[in-house]
Ligand binder design. Structure first.
Ligand SMILES: O=c1ccn([C@@H]2O[C@H](COP(=O)(O)O)[C@@H](O)[C@H]2O)c(=O)[nH]1
Length: 259
């Protein structure tokens, strides 16, 4: 958490650069290096998605080398959407933190706090899936609870409780449904949101920031993966998105932190 805050303050950015490497194995290391080097100046964090590494021969080594390439002061969120019984989750946590060197992970809360607790470690962050950016036909997240609200509210509450007890727990909230984000922000007024869904998925950046930003102008990390990876100039794409985010933050004055 401190690493994230320090980084955000140093670069005045809420941009998370997603690393979902596609393309031939022979080119991928070069492209990863290029994207990291060109975008690092604008990145509050990087988010490699585990699937894009595991789908390659030597994917774990590629992931570890990629994380090592990222400047040390930039937090790395490993998007693995982990979620299993605690004994197994403990091994996922060792993989994420000790084997590949991530600073944070994404976790699926379907199996309850059991699946999340093993990832709570001093100095690390856990982003719990709450309201994701996809819009499935049959959505568990939108199922009504007899107690009122929907199932994703319960994920938000679990993450809030764990954050109160341990610190370092945020949520994943997609940018594609700003009204849902406003609801999660109401339930979780202080926590950090990792926000995928702008760029390739078409999320509305302005509406997302209006709904998700905390009064201090912080609290959201806007992720973009394909739109940066596929850009002819990844650095320019990242800089442009960082500037757009900051314009919207500034427009949401008065309480915005200037860095
Ligand atoms: O709700 C979610 C949770 C995670 N993701 C992941 O974020 C990136 C988004 O990629 P784009 O290319 O910017 O669309 C990708 O790794 C997803 O698996 C998400 O999209 N939505």
């Amino acid at each position: 958490m401190n690493k994230l805050l320090s980084r955000i303050q140093r670069v005045d950015s809420l941009l998370c650069v997603g690393l979902d490497p596609t393309g031939e194995d022979a080119q991928v290391v070069g492209r990863l290096t290029e994207v990291i080097d060109q975008t690092a100046a604008y990145a509050a964090a990087f988010k490699p998605n585990l699937a894009f590494f595991l789908s390659r021969e030597n994917g774990v080594a590629l992931l570890r080398d990629t994380i090592q390439r990222i400047p040390q002061d930039i937090p790395v969120i490993l998007d693995g959407k982990f979620g299993d019984i605690s004994n197994t989750a403990d091994h996922y946590a060792r993989f994420a933190y000790d084997v590949v060197g991530a600073d944070a992970v994404t976790v699926n809360p379907y199996m309850g706090d059991d699946a999340i607790v093993p990832f709570l470690r001093e100095g690390k962050m856990v982003f719990v899936l709450a309201k994701t950016s996809n819009k499935p036909t049959h959505s568990l997240q939108d199922m009504a609870l007899t107690s009122g609200g929907v199932l994703s509210d319960q994920a938000a509450r679990i993450s809030g409780k764990l954050d109160e007890e341990n610190g370092g727990v945020g949520l994943v909230v997609g940018a594609t449904q700003p009204e849902a984000m406003a609801r999660v922000r109401e339930l979780c007024p202080t926590q950090w949101f990792l926000v995928p869904g702008v760029g390739a998925q078409g999320g509305d950046l302005a509406a997302t920031l209006r709904a998700g930003l905390r009064p201090d102008g912080l609290g959201v990390l806007i992720n973009s993966s394909r739109a940066i990876w596929q850009a002819a100039d990844a650095g320019a794409a990242a800089q442009e998105l960082m500037m757009q985010i900051n314009e919207h933050r500034r427009a949401a004055e008065p309480a915005v932190s200037q860095g």
